[in-house]
Design a protein around this ligand. Structure first.
Ligand code: AMP
Ligand code: MG
Length: 310
């Protein structure tokens, strides 16, 4: 590991939810945490370095075409999911990235099992897929609003007592299957404080260009704040696994959340360590034969191999 890679590994350790540990959000994670990074300026520099690293790894991931990466983003409203995606993914090849947002399920989606629509949007090998909201809504919003569960038309043996434990287990197994088959899952929870959410809602009202982002439904959802905190705590306690751990990202400062998220994603790619494919000596020999043919086609006055001559 290079020293830069070691620094990234050390930096993200504070955000990782130890598999099997019992999380209580308010007690265990501070939305305003910023560790040893002193200023926004220092933060910007770190983010730029992280983005560069990410772009480099992504091109190798794409070329190697063996692994895929799924980034799962969860947060409360105004948590900063959109901005995080925008900032962290600048600099990567758009051809290798696919972002999917999940909204209230349609009736066609409700006609399938609850994991179906998420499975349809998984990244391919070589790709980084980003879920802006994800299958975790099935143990968050659906848990906070039981009428949403009602709409899922579950048979008797799939409802009632033990439902959430079972879903946690099913999600863990689903993710284990994916990770064993080459798909690394990076789970980020942007942890926002109630007061910072209030400020961000007001900002959306105060700035006319941001009015489109304001939704009165979000303000109604805020009344369920404590229910969400409990649901998030249970999700983190039950679905942080060795193969797909959760990272709780301090989100009260947008710039910090972006650096931290970028670092976690870069770390996942470092662990995969994708390499550009190499070819064996027979294939190399064949290339050299083709090279001779191309060189023989050089027009008068042109170098046999303009690339090498240039
Ligand atoms: P936004 O991310 O602001 O576009 O809002 C998407 C909305 O869809 C949020 O209010 C989510 O709670 C809701 N949503 C996402 N997934 C589900 C789901 N599986 N069941 C019910 N509501 C969902
Ligand atoms: Mg919203």
């Amino acid at each position: 590991m290079t020293s830069r890679e070691q620094r990234i590994a050390d930096f993200i350790e504070a955000f990782r939810v130890e598999p099997g540990s019992k999380v209580k959000l308010g007690r265990d994670f501070d939305p305003a945490f910023r560790g040893t990074i002193k200023s926004k300026k220092e933060g910007r520099r770190l983010l730029a370095g992280g983005i560069e690293l990410l772009a480099e790894y992504q091109s190798r991931l794409y070329a190697q075409h063996t692994h895929g990466v799924l980034v799962v983003l969860q947060a409360l409203d105004a948590g900063g999911k959109d901005g995080t995606i925008r900032h962290v993914m600048t600099g990567v090849n758009p051809q290798g990235v696919a972002v999917h947002g999940f909204k209230v399920p349609s009736s066609a989606e409700l006609d399938h099992d609850y994991l179906w629509r998420y499975g349809l949007q998984l990244p391919r090998r070589g790709e980084i897929g980003i879920f802006n909201r994800s299958h975790y809504e099935e143990v968050l919003v659906v848990r906070v609003h039981p009428e949403l569960l009602e709409r899922q038309n579950l048979p008797g043996n799939a409802r009632g007592h033990g439902l959430w434990k079972r879903r946690f287990h099913e999600i863990n197994e689903w993710e284990r299957t994916l990770s064993r088959n080459g798909f690394k899952i990076v789970k980020l929870f942007l942890n926002l404080s109630k007061e910072e959410q209030r400020t961000r809602f007001l900002r959306r009202i105060d700035l006319p260009d941001h009015n489109w982002k304001f939704s009165s439904a979000d303000v109604r959802e805020r009344e369920y704040w404590d229910d969400y905190q409990r649901a998030f705590s249970k999700m983190l306690s039950n679905t942080s696994t060795e193969w797909a751990p959760w990272y709780v990202i301090p989100a009260d400062r947008k710039w910090y959340a972006r650096i931290a998220s970028g670092a976690v994603i870069a770390h996942a790619l470092m662990e995969l360590d994708p390499r550009f494919p190499t070819i064996d000596s027979d294939a190399r020999q064949a290339l050299l034969e083709i090279k001779k043919t191309l060189e023989a086609q050089s027009p008068k006055g042109a170098a046999a191999d303009p690339f090498l001559a240039g």
